[in-house]
Design a binder for this molecule. Structure first.
Ligand SMILES: Nc1ncnc2c1ncn2[C@@H]1O[C@H](COP(=O)(O)OP(=O)(O)OP(=O)(O)O)[C@@H](O)[C@H]1O
Ligand SMILES: [Mg+2]
Length: 291
């Protein structure tokens, strides 16, 4: 099984090296958990290594997704769109059964074997388009099977109800059909947010089975803390990471160096105080050098 890099610092080691090529991954999380952010990072990482990216949006329109990506520090998204390396399929407000059964196969015929990365964000409206559980399963199963012909697929799924309960009808069908399931558990608390990532399943991989804290940082997106909870003292993490990074950055592609320089020149200590600098450096090198 060939592994591809996820584009999320700290996630690849939890997935036994990365996402399986040509597999389907479902990312589940409540509103604000970071699903769109993760989907964007996944696509971006593919574009950086020369793959094509297809963003299927069933909810937000293209402009909104681009705007959010830019706000997260990814201005270059516009270049990839201009070069047509990144393509959007806006299916919001459409009849999903017709879209999936009629239009999608025509699209797949054009792109078959492209080894692209495909993000579907979010899958939820497809489930809501019918009450019939058999039809839900048929539509989701068909969609995953078709998109997989084009490359590696990542779908997001909204989590409703009490946080952490993944036994609901809406989550069970996609979870069952996907090869890999990642749960972004998000709880808004009085004094900030609690964010934990857990790999629920990952076929053919020795994956992590515990929960890992993660944060969302402008310019980096989701960053996962692999180890335990580091001390929450006020270390000067951002500057520490910057100086450590300077020592190893010659090993990284130029565009990545520039992106990290920018991200860390803007980041505030409070945003990264839960992050272990040594671990982050290791994860950055792992993402881009395979070390
Ligand atoms: N510029 C930013 N810098 C840092 N964090 C940000 C920035 N923009 C958004 N965030 C964080 O990312 C979160 C939103 O992430 P995202 O849109 O990926 O969530 P989502 O799971 O897709 O939500 P929804 O289900 O509502 O679409 C926000 O709640 C916020 O904490
Ligand atoms: Mg979203």
């Amino acid at each position: 099984m060939r592994k591809i890099k996820s584009g999320v610092f700290g996630l690849n080691p939890l997935l036994d090296g990365g996402i399986n090529e040509n597999s389907t991954t479902v990312v589940i999380g409540a509103s604000g958990a970071g699903k769109t952010t993760l989907a964007t990072q996944f696509i971006r990482r593919g574009l950086e290594s020369g793959q094509e990216g297809i963003f299927v949006s069933l909810d937000e329109n293209k402009e909104q997704i681009i705007k959010e990506a830019i706000e997260m520090g990814w201005e270059e998204i516009l270049d990839f769109i201009e070069r047509e390396q990144l393509v959007f399929i806006d299916a919001s407000g459409r009849d999903f059964a017709t879209f999936i059964k009629k239009e999608l196969p025509a699209f797949v015929a054009d792109w078959k074997g492209a080894n692209a990365r495909i993000a579907v964000d979010p899958l939820t409206p497809v489930l809501w388009s019918t009450q019939d559980r058999y039809e839900q399963r048929d539509l989701i199963g068909f969609m995953l099977k078709e998109t997989r012909k084009v490359g590696t697929v990542l779908c997001t799924l909204e989590e409703h109800g009490s946080a952490g309960d993944l036994s609901g009808n809406e989550t069970v069908i996609p979870m069952y059909l996907a090869d890999c399931v990642i749960h972004l558990r998000y709880r808004a608390l009085d004094d900030g947010a609690e964010r934990k990532l857990k790999i629920v399943k990952c076929r053919n991989s020795r994956h992590s089975e515990t929960s890992h804290s993660y944060g969302i940082i402008k310019g980096l997106g989701i960053v996962v803390q692999r180890g335990g909870e580091p001390a929450k003292d006020d270390r000067r993490v951002a500057s520490q990471v910057r100086s450590e990074l300077a020592k190893v950055s010659s090993n990284l592609p130029k565009s990545v160096q520039a992106r990290l320089d920018k991200a860390f020149s803007e980041v505030r200590d409070s945003e990264v105080k839960r992050i272990d600098p040594a671990e982050l450096i290791e994860d950055i090198l792992n993402e881009y050098t395979g070390a």
